[in-house]
Design a protein around this ligand. Structure first.
Ligand SMILES: Cc1ncc(COP(=O)(O)O)c(C=O)c1O
Length: 413
């Protein structure tokens, strides 16, 4: 077996050369060839993020007493996100490592809230539209909660009557997405809120994708439905910064309507020699670099910066939708609200098109139901539109007329 851990350390030149050699098969995100994962707006924002990240590279956000600066920075980030999401001064929250952890914390907090407020519930359940992110199931799996996923309606948005049927006396949380990852549509949050109010159920809005985008798209005048704390029955919201906040990973937020909910989130343990150990979120040691960088990028951009980015994204979206619709046989699935666009066909094997695109250096993000290629658009995609549409047209023509393969393909995510 090749020995990887050498007796003598490497110098930087060798390290850099080796790491670069490992990158040779990576898809080129800077040329817009990756439709998700690598959120990038521009070099100026990246520089601000890198500089502020490096300032707090060594600090640890577990140690708020030792580093009151990082406690202050995190609380200001939370306040900024709360303001973006129409929260009043009672809204509280924490930064987490990502959407998955934010959702995990919401589910855990809702479970512990229900244990206290609704002790008659002994077998807790979550009710979700089928389009909700798998992070809910991951959380429920770890926390021993049953999940009921309810079929979405034909426009890919949550089916309110189906959700109502699924809710019972054991339901401790219901959720909706703003927007959903598969189809990019915002669930009818105001309608789900009515279900939550009627039964005094915790209502979580997963705005991991839309939290730092939808409010600005709406301010630009696009028709974006309400989804945030302006709806009184919304109990908690997950909103990622490392997606449309354009701040470096890992950075997300979990926000609660008020402290009466958030107080069920923390974990405390003192039956060991070390005394009282208390954390707000899942992690122990936490990076402070991404907290400082989130603060810095948000301060640097301000509302005008986020509006400019949102405008750019919506223009890219327009160009992409126009180009896709111009290719005979292709169509956009549903009526996406923001930056996630999924497209497919009734007559062309769209996954075969994706395979062909991959040979041309494009990473193909996919859905299965209905079969689709998809994009989560960001400013870096501005450079790719013409090349992408040309290659897409060629790929469609290559497989046009071939039989549509019905079997399920593995979706890389
Ligand atoms: C709607 C939605 N929620 C949650 C998540 C999970 O976020 P993360 O990958 O940061 O854990 C994602 C990721 O794409 C998402 O699209």
């Amino acid at each position: 077996m090749e020995r990887l851990f050498h007796e003598k350390g490497m110098n930087w030149e060798e390290i850099e050369k080796t790491l670069n050699s490992y990158r040779k098969d990576d898809v080129d995100w800077k040329r817009g060839r990756v439709p998700l994962y690598a959120f990038y707006a521009d070099d100026d924002i990246s520089e601000i993020a890198k500089k502020s990240y490096m300032m707090f590279f060594t600090e640890n956000s577990l140690g708020h007493k030792a580093f009151p600066s990082v406690a202050k920075i995190e609380s200001e980030v939370i306040r900024m996100v709360a303001q973006i999401l129409n929260g009043d001064s009672g809204v509280v929250g924490n930064m987490t490592s990502g959407g998955t952890e934010s959702i995990f914390m919401a589910v855990k907090t809702a479970r512990d809230w229900a244990r206290k407020i609704r002790p008659e519930v002994t077998a807790p359940e979550l009710v979700l539209p089928r389009t909700a992110h798998p992070a809910f199931n991951k959380a429920a799996h770890y926390l021993c909660i049953k999940v009921k996923r309810v079929r979405e309606s034909s426009n890919f948005r949550a089916d309110i009557s189906a959700m109502e049927v699924a809710i019972n006396d054991n339901t401790i949380m219901i959720a909706g997405s703003a927007p959903s990852y598969p189809h990019g549509v915002i669930d009818p949050i105001d309608e789900i809120a009515k279900l939550a109010s009627k039964r005094n159920i915790w209502f979580h809005v997963d705005a991991c994708v839309g939290g730092c985008l939808a409010p600005f798209v709406k301010k630009l005048g696009y028709p974006v439905p309400d989804f945030d704390f302006s709806i009184p029955a919304v109990t908690s919201i997950s909103a990622d910064l490392h997606k449309y906040g354009f701040t470096p990973k890992p950075a997300s937020t979990i926000l609660y309507r008020n402290e009466d909910y958030q107080k069920y989130q923390s974990f405390t343990f003192d039956e060991w020699p070390g005394g009282v150990y208390k954390t707000q979120t899942f992690q122990g040691t936490r990076p402070s670099g991404s907290v400082a960088a989130a603060w810095a990028v948000m301060k640097y951009l301000g509302e005008s910066g986020y509006l400019e980015i949102a405008n750019k994204i919506m223009n890219i979206r327009k160009a992409l939708i126009f180009g896709i619709n111009a290719i005979p046989g292709l169509k956009i699935w549903g009526d996406p609200d923001l930056s996630i666009i999924g497209f497919g066909s009734d007559i062309i094997d769209i996954h075969a098109v994706g395979d062909n695109m991959a040979t041309k250096g494009w990473f193909a993000a996919r859905n299965l139901e209905p079969p689709a290629l998809k994009h989560m658009l960001m400013p870096v995609h501005e450079v790719m539109i013409d090349d992408y549409l040309r290659d897409l047209n060629e790929s469609v023509n290559k497989v046009r007329g071939e039989k549509v393969v019905a079997e399920k393909r593995e979706v890389i995510y």
